[in-house]
Design a protein around this ligand. Structure first.
Ligand code: CMC
Length: 430
């Protein structure tokens, strides 16, 4: 039987080296190129990490061709339909589904860390009222580092665990406060009698003079959104958290870096961009014009919420969100919502179009999530913040996995294409 290796030959010298092929439990195998520089005196080049695995991980698996997403081995549709976000947090962090006792204990821990230090709330006042809430999130989450000197030893497993619990518990409080600040309403303190998701919605929407009535359909839809966004293996923001954490930076600083990476429209900012795009298209009558624009290589317009670096099939999360959109819109009495009809039509036409078929461009997680969130009453500029709330557990779990293995600073190499060595020319001689 052939050895599980790839043979690389440097045709200039004839030197041949066998590189080991490593198989994971699922998915495509990898070639271990860690000795490549030592063997050949060359680096490998892969901008955008199109062919490069940056770590080993036991947390999340995606198969982009089949449209599969597993958290700790469990299919996303089973978790989205049968589990709760907090149970998924436990699963991601601990590796297994909790027993009833473990779940009760975990809920207790998270519930009792929901408040933030009163002085942290002063940070908000430093922002302009019209600041994007993601700008506030980057700053305030990073600022958490200043409040927990008691547990910032990144090599202490108990410190890491406490930080993870604090982040999961406090992120809805911080996110809701960023919204309250932008609309000029008082901050709402967490209510520990409510579930995680009810509490989050309550902090977003209640005001001191009026109690919030939460529809179970909307609470469930929001819980499902949190589950679906909880982790997605080595995406841009998660890789950013790992990269920042690899320098032994504290987890609040690393997660704050991840929030910054999530913000961009090619990543978590796409949900906001989808709604902006749907408003821009305006009506079903204009779909053809925009589809034409999306296909034009000279037009920067892209169909937001379409396409994915990994999924070359229907994103399994988008399928669940499409179903959820029907339920949520019916619950809020907008079953015939024109934006939803527009989105469905856009999807239908794109899926029949040669351009999208050939490039395997399907709706991704962001395509329907904005429609659901606006039906719940969440403003467009908060969509990416909701994504950040959900992804915090993924970021911190991935960070913990890396720290448990013992981090080695991530330091990519480069192909230098700048000016060759030259001598400094004094100012008066230029
Ligand atoms: N609309 C029109 N054409 C597209 C789109 C799109 N949304 N996405 C990709 N293409 C085309 C692209 O122009 C290229 O065509 P060609 O081969 O003729 O040059 C081809 O499809 C391959 O695209 P790519 O840019 O090489 O693909 P990528 O893997 O680098 O990019 C992506 C993935 C998600 C950045 C991209 O599909 C995109 O910009 N989509 C819109 C933004 C979006 O919805 N982002 C959310 C991603 S999912 C959530 C998350 O991860 O946060």
């Amino acid at each position: 039987m052939a050895e599980d290796t790839v043979t690389i030959c440097d045709n200039r010298t004839g030197k041949t080296v066998k590189l080991p092929i490593i198989h994971g439990t699922e998915g495509v195998p990898v070639v271990d190129v860690s000795t490549f520089y030592k063997e050949f005196g060359m680096f490998t080049l892969d901008p955008g990490f199109r062919s490069t695995a940056a770590c080993n991980s036991k947390i999340t698996f995606t198969d982009g061709d089949q449209g599969i997403l597993l958290y700790r081995g469990y299919p996303i549709d089973q978790l989205a339909r049968q589990s709760t976000f907090l149970e998924v947090c436990y699963l991601l962090m601990e590796g297994d589904l909790p027993s009833p006792t473990q779940y009760t204990q975990f809920k207790e821990i998270i519930t009792h860390h929901t408040m933030v230090h009163e002085q942290l709330l002063n940070f908000y006042k430093g922002y302009r009222r019209d600041a994007h809430p993601m700008a506030i999130m980057v700053g305030v989450v990073g600022a958490l580092s200043a409040f927990f000197h008691d547990s910032l030893d990144v090599f202490n497993p108990r410190h890491r665990e406490i930080s993870a619990h604090r982040l999961i518990a406090k992120i809805p409080t911080i996110a809701a406060a960023s919204y309250k600040y932008s609309v000029g309403q008082p901050f709402v303190y967490p209510d520990n009698t409510l579930s995680y998701t009810e509490n989050f919605l309550n902090m977003l929407f209640s005001v001191p003079c009026e109690k919030m009535r939460l529809s179970p359909v909307l609470v469930r839809a929001m819980d499902q959104i949190l589950i679906l966004h909880a982790d997605h293996e080595q995406n841009a923001s998660t890789s950013t958290v790992r990269l920042a954490g690899s320098s032994e930076a504290n987890p609040f600083a690393a997660v704050s870096a991840g929030i910054g990476a999530l913000w961009g429209p090619a990543h978590g900012g796409a949900n906001e961009a989808v709604l902006t795009m749907l408003h821009q298209i305006g009506s079903v009558d204009n779909v053809d014009v925009f589809i034409k624009r999306a296909k034009d290589p000279d037009d920067p317009f892209r169909l937001m919420g379409f396409g994915h670096r990994v999924y070359k099939n229907y994103d399994p999360r988008a399928r669940i969100l499409k179903e959820s959109a029907h339920a949520v819109l019916a619950d809020v009495g907008r079953a015939d919502d024109p934006l939803f009809r527009l989105a469905l039509e856009l999807e239908r036409i794109a899926q029949e179009d040669e351009y999208f078929i050939k490039r395997k461009l399907y709706p991704n997680v962001d395509f329907y999530s904005g429609i659901i969130q606006s039906a719940i009453g969440i403003p467009t500029n908060m969509f990416t913040v909701i994504f950040a709330v959900a992804r915090t557990v993924g970021w911190i779990t991935q960070w913990m996995e890396m720290m448990t293995e013992g981090p080695s600073i991530s330091r990519p190499r480069q192909l230098y294409i700048g000016h060759p060595r030259r001598d400094y020319v004094p100012m008066d001689a230029r």
